[in-house]
Design a binder for this molecule. Sequence first.
Ligand SMILES: *[C@@H]1O[C@H](CO)[C@@H](O)[C@H](O)[C@H]1NC(C)=O
Ligand SMILES: *[C@@H]1O[C@H](CO)[C@@H](O)[C@H](O)[C@H]1NC(C)=O
Ligand SMILES: *[C@@H]1O[C@H](CO)[C@@H](O)[C@H](O)[C@H]1NC(C)=O
Ligand SMILES: *[C@@H]1O[C@H](CO)[C@@H](O)[C@H](O)[C@H]1NC(C)=O
Ligand SMILES: *[C@@H]1O[C@H](CO)[C@@H](O)[C@H](O)[C@H]1NC(C)=O
Ligand SMILES: *[C@@H]1O[C@H](CO)[C@@H](O)[C@H](O)[C@H]1NC(C)=O
Ligand SMILES: *[C@@H]1O[C@H](CO)[C@@H](O)[C@H](O)[C@H]1NC(C)=O
Ligand SMILES: *[C@@H]1O[C@H](CO)[C@@H](O)[C@H](O)[C@H]1NC(C)=O
Length: 466
Amino acid sequence: MRRSFTLVDVLLVLAFFSDAPWAVKGSSQCKQINSGVFRPHSVSITEFGAVGDGVTLNTKAFQNAIFYLNSFADKGGAKLFVPAGRWLTGSFDLISHLTLWLDKHAVILGSMNSDDWPVVDPLPSYGRGRELPGGRHRSLIFGQNLTDVVITGDNGTIDGQGSIWWDWFRSGNLDYTRPHLVELMNATGVVISNLTFLNPPFWTIHPVYCSHVRVQNVTILSPLDSPNTDGIDPDSSDDVCIKDCYISTGDDLISIKSGWDEYGVSYGRPSTKITIHGLVGQTQLGSGIAIGSEMSGGVSDVHAENLYFFNSVTGIRIKTSPGRGGYVRNISISNVTLADVGTAIRFTGQFGEHPDDSFDPNALPTIERITIKDVTGKNIKMAGLLEGIKGDTFLNICLSNIALNVLSESPWNCSQIQGYSDSVIPETCDPLRERIFPNHYLDCYDLSSHFWSSSSLKRGAWLWSW
Ligand SMILES: *[C@@H]1O[C@H](CO)[C@@H](O)[C@H](O)[C@H]1NC(C)=O
Ligand SMILES: *[C@@H]1O[C@H](CO)[C@@H](O)[C@H](O)[C@H]1NC(C)=O
Ligand SMILES: *[C@@H]1O[C@H](CO)[C@@H](O)[C@H](O)[C@H]1NC(C)=O
Ligand SMILES: *[C@@H]1O[C@H](CO)[C@@H](O)[C@H](O)[C@H]1NC(C)=O
Ligand SMILES: *[C@@H]1O[C@H](CO)[C@@H](O)[C@H](O)[C@H]1NC(C)=O
Ligand SMILES: *[C@@H]1O[C@H](CO)[C@@H](O)[C@H](O)[C@H]1NC(C)=O
Ligand SMILES: *[C@@H]1O[C@H](CO)[C@@H](O)[C@H](O)[C@H]1NC(C)=O
Ligand SMILES: *[C@@H]1O[C@H](CO)[C@@H](O)[C@H](O)[C@H]1NC(C)=O
């Protein structure tokens, strides 16, 4: 039956255009920072007595070089050049307006003596070390209160030699929380690019309380059974772009966080405006993209696209718990390819793990406006295990254009979830079965623009096919 356009059709089309978010392209955070800072001054680590034999401890050489380069901070900054060689070191601090440059075949090796990783205060948004009460070991490469800092090179390597820490962790021989490989705290204008990161004792790259961070074209590798070796964890940070990375680790490839229970609530610094564009990887214990479980300062405005996860336990995961407070809101994850993955999408409302007994069990997190679209997968065990919190339903969860080749006979298992879906195979769970179009696309994050994208022309068909 043919049908001519009515005023209602025209108004519907106008409604698509008038919803602002579609105008904000997902990769906007990825366009803002200029990565090619020129440094007028440069020194080599060898000028400070460093020996690249893999045995000599070079902590003093790094510290002295960086102390010297501090005098160039107000003269355009400086570059610390690390040539080919194996440069063993303990933890050292970066400064503002510094480029740490690792040449081809340059390897910075983390000391295997825990004394070379001093113990520092816990993060205020965590209240204590993540694994153990009290302080935590400082990361191998650390920086605090910095602006304009670049860690880059010609595919040089930063190797934490974490296996000794994993052994100490497994045998319960640690007094303090394990160190990250690279941590920047309260920094603005950070670029980490064109390098390889190996074997972190704990997480690999941890920007915390940072703004304007770009991590691009890095390879992160650690054994698939190594404990908690997350790839990149933006934490209470904003304007973050993670682009074109390959990550293969023991835990989450990328995990977006913002503090832990009452400490995260009172610190109150969210992670927002996070763009992930182009991520390939595998994880046997974690997820490709995770949010939480520490999310008490709030997480919003996350756009992740062009993701390929293989041989992994979970594809996309949101983890939270009563006691966290905070929110996870306005999240869009799209163009995801999965191969040989246990659970494609998982929400966990009862993750547990609290810093101490002072958390408020009535501090319930708000989880809403999560859109996952354009996902294909083969050899998936379970499509979705989506568990909200009793009395705190996760709202406006929208699934669009998902085609998974699933082994399980009950591919979706949802509880305390509300939302909508279009074109999901296998057919989704009851709470999400109501259609997105035409009545609910405004309840969904980042879906009004979807109507116009080439990959979803079919979804517009309802408008023309009456
Ligand atoms: C963050 O660093 C700036 C200097 O870059 C400093 O003025 C400010 O006090 C620091 N804030 C915190 C919370 O450490
Ligand atoms: C960073 O800034 C905070 C707040 O101003 C200050 O307490 C801390 O000592 C500073 N740390 C460094 C290393 O500058
Ligand atoms: C990625 O980094 C490598 C060195 O690690 C470099 O050779 C290559 O050109 C970079 N690719 C892009 C697109 O920047
Ligand atoms: C950089 O080195 C890593 C580890 O050797 C390798 O897997 C990766 O392909 C290299 N990247 C580039 C762009 O050459
Ligand atoms: C990575 O390396 C390539 C090739 O040298 C260079 O063109 C590019 O600007 C670098 N990218 C970043 C983000 O440092
Ligand atoms: C989807 O992501 C893949 C990489 O996983 C990329 O090659 C492809 O171009 C993307 N498709 C669209 C429509 O952006
Ligand atoms: C979420 O997005 C809506 C519009 O799409 C906006 O009104 C709201 O402020 C956003 N909330 C957060 C926390 O970003
Ligand atoms: C759904 O998941 C819950 C919690 O994991 C489990 O107890 C229940 O048996 C599952 N239901 C089905 C039908 O698989």
